[in-house]
Write a protein that binds this ligand. Structure first.
Ligand code: 6PG
Length: 260
């Protein structure tokens, strides 16, 4: 049989029987990534998405191996609403995770809600927060997160990067704004591809049969028009897909057994 040669950092697809099994392994994966990062540089930088993702982090709650005081948390994207608004990704992460663990408040980097009326200022301020944390912005450099966690919408969008939007081509800014999101609410800020693609580990989390068709179009014959298919880590960064068997049902792409 012919050997299929994959590039050294081709996506790694791991599929679990159900969402609960996914949650357990995702938690183990994050604990390992956290340990490697803290051993190397004394901190762990991670960016979180909204949607169902905050709930999928429940395996971290009560886990004594998690060194919350070493975590620096950003949001991959955020809806431009107050922090207690039901649409807020920060609120979802607070409810499902951070209110249940002992993370210092200052380690969670949310949007500056005094700037909700000015999208440009708001996204600039969030970019400045990133620059402060990573302290290395120049024309050629981007922050290197230890982990970026992404979800994928049924239209293939990820973060607030939507099909056909001009932001898919953004190469310079770290954080950009959207005022015409096809999915409500229309106003959002989002990491751009250069930030996402420079992460050491990018992990998509997708569960449920509603993801099956899109996942196939992203992994088997990647359609460049799908924002999720444009997530391509800069080597040596590694892209992982943590999915359940329902989401992977139509996918021919080879599965990798989960191991740490
Ligand atoms: O801002 C949004 O519109 C959502 O947060 C969205 O980006 C979500 O992350 C994906 O649609 C995946 O959603 P699920 O993880 O809930 O399937």
């Amino acid at each position: 049989m012919a050997t299929v040669h994959q590039p050294p950092n081709a996506p790694i697809l791991v599929s679990f029987p159900d969402a609960d099994a996914l949650v357990v392994s995702l938690s183990a994966f994050l604990v390992k990534a956290q340990k490697d990062s803290i051993d190397k540089k004394g901190r762990f930088t991670i960016a979180l998405s909204g949607g169902s993702l905050p709930k999928m982090l429940r395996g971290l709650i009560g886990n004594p191996a998690v060194k919350w005081n070493k975590w620096q948390v950003f949001y991959v994207d955020e809806r431009v609403v107050s922090l207690d608004h039901p649409d807020s990704n920060h609120r979802a992460c607070m409810e499902h995770l951070f209110s249940k663990v002992s993370i210092p408040e200052g380690n969670i980097h949310h949007i500056d809600t005094s700037l909700l009326d000015d999208l440009e200022e708001l996204s600039d301020a969030y970019e400045k927060d990133l620059i402060r944390e990573f302290a290395q912005k120049d024309s050629a450099r981007f922050p290197v997160f230890d982990v970026i966690l992404l979800g994928m919408g049924p239209d293939g969008h990820t973060a607030s990067l939507f099909p056909g939007h001009e932001l898919l081509l953004e190469e310079d800014r770290w954080v950009a704004y959207v005022n015409d999101s096809p999915k409500p609410p229309p106003k959002r800020i989002t990491f751009t591809y250069p930030v996402i693609n420079h992460a050491a580990r990018i992990v998509f989390v997708a569960a449920g049969k509603e993801k099956a068709t899109t996942l196939r179009s992203v992994l088997d014959v990647p359609e460049e028009g799908l924002p999720s298919a444009r997530v391509k880590p800069v080597y040596p960064g590694q892209l992982y897909w943590f999915v359940d068997d329902a989401a992977a049902a139509n996918v021919a792409y080879p599965r990798t057994p989960f191991k740490l």
